[in-house]
Unconditional design. Structure first.
Length: 761
């Protein structure tokens, strides 16, 4: 389109100038979206200080704290002491938390810390929540000790300042095993049943800004308070759409299901350390700790003095940042803006046709074929991942969350750009540049309408670039020649501000295993820039440019694979468990790695699973013989059976923290009870595997055991394999410690000693 509007000698200079402006906007957006600088321990007492919060982390976040472990008890004692010293009313809620998923009932004995700071004239409760337990394979300095330490520093910074509303701090237990502590708080604790406004803080990495990524419906007033009170607000309403793609939930879920309204915050960069031994104080970005705490303190002050009844709105807000400025508008504008973008693209097409820059048949070619580069970008990105995982199988174990993703991310972006340019070069003579440029804009506009229908909070990412791009195109067609590149650049500015930042978020949130999602965003951005291709690409160079981009992508991928090595600073992952059948007195090493590293291969040598206990062989496993360890076996005692309900007394054995029951038939529900605790029943639907489909877990099993009632489908005898689980492998005779270049993977039994016994009832 621009090639017919601007004289040839000026095209390259104009195009380069425009791209420099857009590149500057991309860089400024990235800088504006960065995290905060940490404040030292000497910061004014009224401010949040990462330096002061770090002192707490050094006291309780240096070792793994799984539910039911001694380290969790030590952390709980320290945290309770600090809360009492700050003048809060502190109680420990001991309860059974419960959760159900397909074929699985999860239970756990939780010890939640609940601290209350009474308000002067309450209109409700402000609940700040974070969990103090960690995954068993790491100290969880970010997930979620940083937020817990931020709670202590927030209380200190509040000092004696009077707040209107009650402030409740929930330091929950058992989040990593199915949000068990939050579920128990919401179900049993009086403060959990009262409702209020919830601020939940989490982490899925060890760095990055603290972002608002989830809200409850009707969030407009909460978002307003967030944008106006937090000194460096981060996040946007599209993050909810990304979050829903992830197999995660947080304490936010059961608490909001119980009636709380609220906001959920997390940082997620450098997520290759997530749920590993490297979620440690050394890896924690102090700026992320500062950002968590500054956000928490600002909202505690604002919501602590607000009329909480006024924070429930009848609509959601769309919110995002443009060069550091928070933009928000009501959900009622989503559809008008989406339709306006479509109308603007249609208007551009009409004006371009009247100027004889395109014809309707050629426009149809541009619109219909526009899906081709989008699909190709996705396919190439996923193909790149398959190659990478084939060369480095540990990438698959890491879930696509790599230590050094930069070269691979750049390759995905280049492949997306190459896809768009190849489509453009191939069809330029057939359809013409104007038809392709207008047809390209139709795709973000149409996809924006789809988002308005199914993910309204994310519609702005597509609607606004399409609308601005169409208006810029109209300016290029209607304005005098000297203003045409300016109009196009202005029209592409919103795309430059929104789409690269979204691609980065998708890369961080989903990893390279789902790199096609980020590739799609990059390809959409490239479609909005098509007019500049006509300015920058001389005719004889056009066919070579997509080939060069693809070659650079291949070079980056090959180079990334060549230099990406695992060491103590950036370890790989491996899965290894010790499984002993107490009935047969035989033991095996078990690994679920596709291609175990050398250290793991010292323990496993083949795929023979016939020697594993009943119900244990699930999926493709590596196995190898292991010596018998002096570990206690679990014990099941039949208390009674009525039809399909089997009541059992379950004991784990000395040193074991948890017990898993694997049942050879599907279960339809389970009930757990322990002395002094309220029994909990959960329904179960579906099955977990083709055989031994039912499973019940009890984490943090009390010393006296627990009573579990299983509701089993079908009639007749049923076999149950009980698995007692102990953290670590050091009790196994002759075990050699894992080298520094490896850490335990996040598979549920990784790094555990499992002793089994099978019963028939």
């Amino acid at each position: 389109m621009t090639g017919t509007l601007i004289e040839a000698p000026r095209r390259v200079v104009a195009g380069l100038s425009a791209l420099l402006v857009l590149a500057a906007l991309i860089m400024l957006t990235a800088m504006a979206d960065s995290t905060m600088q940490p404040l030292p321990a000497s910061a004014p007492s009224s401010e949040f200080s990462a330096g002061r919060a770090l002192r707490h982390l050094e006291r309780f976040a240096t070792e793994p704290r799984p539910i039911g472990g001694a380290a969790g008890a030590r952390a709980r004692d320290y945290l309770a002491g600090q809360l009492r010293a700050a003048g809060l009313e502190v109680m420990t809620q001991r309860a059974i938390g419960a959760n159900a998923s397909t074929g699985l009932a999860s239970f756990g004995q939780v010890h939640n810390l609940v601290a209350v700071r009474r308000g002067s004239d309450p209109t409700g409760t402000v609940l700040i929540a974070a969990h103090y337990d960690s995954a068993s394979m790491g100290p969880g300095a970010s997930d979620d000790a940083a937020a817990v330490a931020a709670m202590l520093e927030t209380v200190r910074a509040l000092g004696g300042t009077a707040l209107r509303n009650d402030l409740v701090l929930l330091m929950s237990d058992g989040e990593e095993d199915g949000v068990l502590g939050a579920e128990a708080f919401a179900r049993e604790h009086p403060l959990g049943r009262e409702g209020g406004v919830l601020l939940n803080f989490e982490a899925r990495g060890v760095a990055g800004p603290s972002m608002l990524f989830e809200t409850t419906p009707g969030d407009a007033e909460l978002v307003r308070a967030f944008g106006q009170s937090v000194p460096h607000p981060r996040g946007n309403s599209s993050l909810m759409a990304i979050y829903r793609l992830l197999p995660n939930n947080t304490d936010f879920t059961p608490l909001t299901q119980a009636g709380f309204t609220g906001m959920n915050f997390a940082y997620l960069e450098r997520s290759s350390r997530y749920h590993t031994a490297q979620d440690s104080l050394d890896q924690l970005d102090r700026g992320s700790l500062q950002h968590h705490g500054s956000t928490m303190l600002a909202l505690a002050r604002t919501l602590g003095n607000a009329d909480l009844a006024t924070l429930r709105a009848g609509h959601d807000a769309t919110y995002f940042r443009v060069l550091g400025v928070m933009v928000r508008y009501p959900q009622g504008l989503v559809w008008p803006l989406a339709l306006l973008a479509v109308a603007a693209v249609a208007g551009l097409a009409l004006v371009a046709r009247r100027r004889r820059l395109l014809s309707l048949p050629r426009l149809a070619v541009g619109v219909v074929s526009g899906i081709a580069p989008l699909a190709l970008a996705v396919v190439l990105a996923q193909g790149q991942w398959q190659v990478m995982a084939g060369v480095q199988p540990v990438y698959d174990v890491m879930g696509g969350l790599l230590h050094r993703p930069g070269p691979f991310q750049a390759a995905v972006a280049l492949l997306a750009v190459a896809s768009v340019l190849a489509w453009y070069v191939a069809l330029r003579r057939v359809a013409g540049p104007a038809a392709l440029a207008v047809g390209a804009l139709a795709w973000p506009a149409v996809l924006g309408v789809a988002c308005a229908a199914y993910a309204p909070g994310a519609a702005f990412v597509l609607t606004l670039p399409a609308l601005a791009g169409a208006l810029g195109g109209l300016g290029a067609v209607l304005l005098p020649p000297r203003w045409r590149v300016v109009a196009l650049t202005a029209g592409a500015s919103l795309a430059a501000v929104l789409l690269p930042a979204m691609a980065r978020l998708v890369f961080e949130g989903l990893g390279l295993a789902l790199g096609g999602a980020a590739a799609l965003v990059v390809a959409l951005f490239a479609l909005t820039l098509l007019p500049f291709a006509e300015l920058l690409l001389p005719r004889r160079w056009r066919p070579a440019v997509p080939a060069v981009a693809a070659a650079l992508a291949l070079a980056l991928t090959a180079g990334g694979l060549a230099v990406d090595r695992f060491d103590a600073a950036d370890p790989g992952r491996t899965h290894l468990a010790y499984v002993m059948d107490a009935d047969a007195r035989t033991a095996h090493w078990v690994s679920a790695d596709t291609d175990p590293p050398a250290w793991t291969r010292r323990h496993v040598s083949g795929h023979d699973t016939t020697g594993l206990p009943p119900g244990y062989a699930r999926g493709a496993l590596w196995t190898g013989p292991a010596p018998a360890a002096p570990a206690a076996a679990p014990r099941l005692t039949l208390l009674g059976r009525e039809g399909g309900t089997i009541r059992l007394r379950v004991r784990a054995g000395r040193g074991a923290r948890s017990v898993t029951l694997r049942v050879e038939r599907p279960i339809t529900g389970a009930t757990a009870a322990a002395r002094g605790l309220t029994p909990v029943t959960v329904p179960v639907t579906g099955t977990r595997a083709r055989t031994w489909p039912g499973e019940v877990r009890f984490r943090g099993l009390p010393a006296g055991g627990a009573e579990i009632a299983l509701r089993v489908a079908g009639a007749g005898p049923v076999r149950v394999t009980a698995v007692a689980e102990t953290d670590g492998l050091r009790a196994v005779p002759g075990f050699a410690a894992m080298p520094p270049s490896l850490v335990a993977s996040t598979r549920e039994d990784g790094g555990l000693t499992a002793v089994t016994r099978t019963y028939t009832f």
